[in-house]
Every structure is written in C-alpha cells, then in structure tokens.
Design a protein around this ligand. Sequence first.
Ligand SMILES: [Zn+2]
Length: 119
Amino acid sequence: MTLALQSSGITQGCTCAIALYLGWIRLPVDFPMAQIRTLSTLLDDPYVEPIYAEFHPHETSYWSHAAPIAPRFYPYNRCAVQQCDVCKRVCLSYVEAGGYYVEPRIRALILPVSSTRRD
Ligand SMILES: [Zn+2]
C-alpha cells in the first residue's frame, strides 16, 4: 500500500509509461527493462504453488482497471514488485502461461480506481 501510494503521486513523464498500465497488459516490446529493478515479490512461500482463484468483490474481471490488487489471489500472488529507477513508479509483473504461449504481463501498482471514487 505504501508503494502504491507513492507511485500514485508521481506526475513526471517517463519512457517506462508504467502510469498507463492501469490493468494487465502484455509487456510492451519497447519497455525499458534496463531502468527497472526488482524490489520484492508477492510470492508467499516458494515451496507452495500459489492458488489460481481471483478476487473480484465488486464484479470486476481480470482485465478491469478497477480490479483490486489482491496479493493473496491470482495473479498477484506470483508477481514481482518492480520499480523504474528513473521516475520511481512501481509495477507488478508475472509470466502468464497458457496452453500454447507464455506472456510476460505488467500492471501499474497504484491505488485502484475504486478506492478513489465513490460509487
Ligand atoms: Zn519510469
């Protein structure tokens, strides 16, 4: 939550464009990995496979920009927490593994829309 709050308050432009990734997207091919460093992981226990259940109490979906960042639920429970060294924005990332593909995905770690808006 602290990192999300800090990241949400950053206004400077940056080539990482993390601020635009409000929901999960495929890692862009031009994402500047050289300026990204790993801060931590949300993986709880490396010897226990994380669950695949998702958490959507407000009828959001995996792709929704308003989907809560729920560290104990898929896919957050397997994410790396990464930070851009230039702008200090923070993002989450993991590798989606489907039947015929693997796809690195990224989502900004910022306060979700639902926490700043009254419905
Ligand atoms: Zn940046």
